[in-house]
Write a protein that binds this ligand. Structure first.
Ligand code: SF4
Ligand code: SF4
Length: 332
């Protein structure tokens, strides 16, 4: 019997999502009994030509992790889309933009300046910046273009399913592949994780007060954390109430607040706005001065509430007034 073919690919990614596939351990052997891995360049010796050689739609599914920033990532995402019956946005970066998406707080030219000119460890007397084309003695070299902003996979190609998490929990990965093989995937557009808030599966849920008010926000290194008590009740910003379940509350179980990598449930439009409003509703402060004090206790508000989802948010990115001219110089 011919096995369905699948592909794994990474775009703007840290490699953690690929590790998560390897972390399946022995379950990976069960999966390769059921499917043929036809393209997985990070782990096996596949080349672009192997993908080109496949017929359109020949792959049953492509699991693509990482956000999209460069022209090469966009080109590969489009090619995989053409070759695949289904595309799964794998992990927070592909689904929401992820941590690399925080680069959308800066213009692309500012990022290049920092990395190639201003970083203390850089010596670049000629002020060279990467060029898309460069002639050397051996011939012409080319580099992918660096895009104007970080985009989610769904902002570039049509996506069929989403596997959330940073990285996705191995149980959800195995269930997704099994559902694919058995033809039991839900309707297009589904997020392959429970559609309830994380608090519902948190071992600390029973200790979360019905009426919770926070008098001071604290960061994990500023407090000796009670291992049983709800973290929000201890003044730690735990985003469990705004975040989708499916990770078995791994972070609160490990004494760390949820930072929101599983993204929102289906009823939420903008994850960061939802998380911000969930936390703001807990403020126990009278008057503007006290409110300002509480707010000042939240270090890096964008990084706290939009850590994984800035490109997917209604804002998408920060634009400075002169951005448009700069963009035209560097956009693909
Ligand atoms: S979702 Fe997390 S683990 Fe996966 S590539 Fe992005 S940062 Fe890495
Ligand atoms: S620790 Fe976090 S996830 Fe657990 S019940 Fe409290 S707020 Fe919810």
């Amino acid at each position: 019997m011919t096995k369905p073919k699948i592909a794994f690919y990474w775009c703007a990614s840290c490699g953690g999502c690929e590790e998560a596939v390897v972390d399946l351990g022995e379950d990976l052997l069960t999966i390769v009994e059921l499917v043929e891995v036809a393209f997985w360049p990070v782990a096996l010796d596949f080349k672009r030509e192997d993908l080109d050689a496949l017929d359109d739609g020949e792959l049953a599914a492509s699991f693509i992790n990482g956000a999209v920033r460069t022209s090469e990532q966009e080109e590969m995402a489009r090619l995989l889309r053409r070759k695949s019956a289904a595309v799964v946005a794998f992990g927070s970066c592909a689904m929401l933009g992820g941590v690399p998406g925080l680069a959308n707080l800066y213009e692309s030219r500012d990022i290049l300046d920092l990395v190639y000119h201003e970083a203390p460890s850089v010596q670049n007397d000629a002020g060279t910046l990467p060029a898309q084309e460069c002639r050397v003695a051996e011939g012409e070299l080319t580099l992918p273009a660096f895009g104007a902003s970080v985009r989610t996979l769904g902002q570039v190609i049509d996506v069929d399913y989403y596997l959330p998490g940073c990285p996705p929990p191995t149980g959800l990965i195995a269930s997704a592949v099994t559902a694919l093989v058995e033809g039991k995937l839900p309707g297009k557009g589904a997020v392959l994780a429970p559609d309830v808030a994380l608090c519902s599966e948190c071992p600390r849920a029973a200790t979360k007060p019905d009426k919770l008010l926070v008098r001071a926000f604290r960061r994990p290194h500023q407090v000796l954390i009670d291992p049983e008590l709800c973290l929000l009740a201890q003044g730690l910003i735990c985003l469990g109430p705004a975040t989708r379940a499916g990770c078995a509350a791994a972070c609160p179980g490990g004494n760390m607040p949820c930072t929101g990598c599983m993204g929102p449930t289906s009823s939420v439009v903008d994850y960061g706005a939802k998380a911000l409003s969930a936390i703001a509703s807990l403020l126990d402060a009278d008057g503007e001065d006290e409110i300002a004090k509480r707010v000042a206790e939240i270090a890096d508000p964008v990084g706290t509430f939009y850590r994984y989802s800035l490109p997917d948010s209604l804002l998408h990115r920060r634009v400075r007034p002169k951005a448009r001219e700069l963009e035209e110089e560097v956009a693909p």
